[in-house]
Structures are given as structure tokens and as C-alpha cells.
Ligand binder design. Structure first.
Ligand SMILES: NC(=O)c1ccc[n+]([C@@H]2O[C@H](COP(=O)([O-])OP(=O)(O)OC[C@H]3O[C@@H](n4cnc5c(N)ncnc54)[C@H](OP(=O)(O)O)[C@@H]3O)[C@@H](O)[C@H]2O)c1
Length: 316
């Protein structure tokens, strides 16, 4: 069992996903070196409140694009979760420090954006997004994630670094940090009234706690290797708004599709067995959606509507 005395370095520690990694690592007894661009920024304050943080969390200032500060932060430690443009620097710094293993957060964006894949093909760890297609369609997110992951594999091979990659789909769930990140906005827009319709498209989802745990499991399992798709299920937007409307009927959730002409886009199939084999039990997507909204309410981002008098009357 882990792991008193072992240190793990988590880059971008104040982010949505990384905050959960820090939390779970501290709970497991690790000492955590978290890099943030500004340790004094109040947006990183939640990290210091985590259980065990006082004793075992060291926040270091590091910009992933500044090699010297990274070297200082990593030294002889292991590391988890670098960000896109700093990939090569991170792997180089990890090689220099002779870390045991680097776990790199890539994305489904590096995996599934391929127009030539048939509808029945199961998306698994062998798939790569088509770079030309991403470029032509100006899908810079998928392009960037695919190029960054390729760079991670190339540099780690060259430098002899033990690299394992996690490819999460869209991450939802409880926010530890104070500010709302991009993947949570994906849901927030359906609750505020800003989205009047929903798109005719599909999206795969996973809980942030599961993604953090996936990183830790591949870090802790010596035999873990290659890529790990981290996904619970694929939903059409119509299913997302239906679930939200059932849980939270008090919000102006759009129930009309913006595309009434074309048939409903079908979900793609994916494989998540590699992570299940490591013992990960994925949180059902309904719970992901529920936790996201509850978290937005708790953070005060989303107002909790007061019950109307007559609705209370009807219930009594
Ligand atoms: N959320 C998702 O749905 C999802 C899905 C698949 C993959 N991912 C990947 O998972 C990773 C984390 O995502 P997230 O949703 O947790 O994002 P997030 O909340 O926006 O966090 C990103 C973190 O990266 C840090 N960062 C950015 N540029 C940096 C730089 N130059 N030097 C140092 N730190 C830097 C940010 O620090 P500051 O606070 O200083 O800006 C922030 O802490 C990303 O690589 C993302 O592509 C996310």
C-alpha cells in the first residue's frame, strides 16, 4: 500500500482535474509538490484547505513554459499531469531528474477525431485523431492535444522516460477550485437560460474523481503502459438536457433541438476496459451531471431558485 515518504509532482495543481489529483494523492499519504503559476493567487487557496495539505502539500511556482522553474519543482520527484505546451519541457525535466514515471493527461481529442472511422468501430487506445482533418476543420483543441501527446511519446522514448497517458473525455463533477473551468461551462449554459436549444451532437462524459483516480492507478501500477481511455458513457445532448430537467426542473433547461431536419446523431462506441482492469469503477453519468449542478450551486455560480408559494401549496 502507498506511500508515506513518496512525493508526486502535479503540474497546474489549481485546475479542475489537478485539484482532485492533489486531494486523492494527499488522502493516500503522498507528499505532493503542486506547481502553480502564482502560489499567492486566491484561486489556488482551496488547495491549502485540503486534508493533509498543511503537512504534505508543497506549492511551487512554475510556468510550464519556463524550463528552469520546472527543473526546480521536479528535481527527484515523480510527476503527474503536465499541460499542453510544456509537454517537452516536462518530459525533459523528468528525464533529467530520473523520475520513476510520468503520467500525462491527454484527451479524447487526441483519439477520436477521425472522419474515416466507420460508425461501428469501437474507439479504443489504438485510435488517433486525423491531424490533417483537425487542421482543415480548424479543430485546434483536438489538433493541439494530438500533437502534444505525440510529442510526449517521442521525447519520452528518446530520453528513456517511463510514460503512461490518460485520455479523458469531457470531465464533469464536483469542483474543488473556485473558478468555473471550460468543461463545466458545457453544462452551465443549459441551466442559466443562455442556451435556448441543444445541438444535434453527442459527447462522452466522465467524473472528475474517476479521472484523478485513473491517473493515480496508472502511476501506482508498475505494469500499466500505453494509453488509457477514461470514459463512462456517450450521450446525445437531448439525453443530457432530459436528465438535467428531471433532476432540476426549476431551471430553464432547453428541450428543443437546434436541428430538426437531420436524424439524431448516434453515439459512438468506446472501450474503457483497460481502466476497469486496474480496478476503476466508473461513476454513472447521471451522477456526474447531478454533482456538477450541485457543485455550481454550492460555489454560488448558479442560484438555487426559491420555491414558488403555490408549488409548496400543491405539495402540502
Ligand atoms: N476538463 C475536461 O473536460 C478535460 C477533458 C480531457 C482532457 N483534459 C485535459 O486535462 C487537463 C486539465 O484540464 P482541466 O479541465 O482541469 O483544466 P483547468 O481547470 O483549466 O486547469 C488547467 C491548469 O493548467 C494550468 N496551466 C495552464 N497553462 C500553464 C502554464 N503555461 N504553466 C503552468 N500551468 C499552466 C492552469 O494554471 P493557471 O491557474 O495558472 O492558469 C490550470 O491550473 C488539460 O490538459 C486538459 O486538456 C480536460
Amino acid at each position: 500500500m502507498p506511500v508515506s515518504g513518496q512525493t508526486v509532482c502535479v503540474t497546474g495543481a489549481g485546475g479542475f482535474l489537478a485539484s482532485w489529483m492533489v486531494k486523492l494523492l494527499l488522502e493516500r499519504g503522498y507528499t505532493v509538490k503542486g506547481t502553480v503559476r502564482n502560489p499567492d493567487d486566491p484561486k489556488n487557496a482551496h488547495l491549502k484547505e485540503l486534508e493533509g495539505a498543511k503537512e504534505r502539500l508543497i506549492l511551487c511556482k512554475a510556468d510550464l513554459l519556463d524550463y528552469e522553474s520546472l527543473k526546480e519543482a521536479i528535481k527527484e520527484e515523480q510527476m503527474v499531469e503536465p499541460a499542453v505546451n510544456g509537454t517537452k519541457y516536462v518530459i525533459n525535466a523528468a528525464a533529467e531528474a530520473k523520475v520513476r514515471r510520468v503520467v500525462f493527461t491527454s484527451s479524447i481529442g487526441a483519439v477520436y477525431m477521425d472522419p474515416n472511422r466507420g460508425p461501428d468501430v469501437v474507439v479504443d487506445e489504438s485510435c488517433w485523431s486525423d491531424l490533417e482533418f483537425c487542421k482543415n476543420t480548424k479543430n485546434w483543441y483536438c489538433y493541439g492535444k494530438a500533437v502534444a501527446e505525440q510529442a510526449a511519446w517521442e521525447v519520452s522514448k528518446e530520453k528513456g522516460v517511463d510514460l503512461v497517458v490518460v485520455n479523458p473525455v469531457l470531465v464533469l463533477g464536483t469542483m474543488l477550485q473556485a473558478t468555473v473551468n471550460a468543461s463545466i461551462v458545457h453544462i452551465l449554459k443549459y441551466l442559466t437560460g443562455s442556451a435556448k436549444t441543444y445541438a444535434n451532437s453527442v459527447q462522452a462524459y466522465v467524473h472528475v474523481r474517476d479521472v484523478a483516480l485513473a491517473h493515480i492507478l496508472v502511476f501506482e501500477t508498475p505494469s500499466a503502459s500505453g494509453r488509457y481511455l477514461c470514459a463512462e458513457s456517450v450521450l446525445h445532448r437531448g439525453e443530457v438536457v432530459e436528465i438535467l430537467a428531471k433532476f432540476f426542473p426549476e431551471y430553464p433547461i432547453p428541450l428543443k433541438c437546434s436541428d430538426e431536419k437531420n436524424p439524431r446523431v448516434q453515439p459512438y462506441k468506446f472501450a474503457n476496459q483497460k481502466l476497469k482492469d486496474l480496478g476503476l469503477e466508473f461513476t454513472p453519468v447521471k451522477q456526474c451531471l447531478y454533482d456538477t449542478v450541485k457543485s455550481l450551486q454550492e460555489k454560488g455560480v448558479l442560484q438555487v431558485p426559491t420555491q414558488k408559494k403555490d408549488s409548496i401549496h400543491i405539495q402540502s
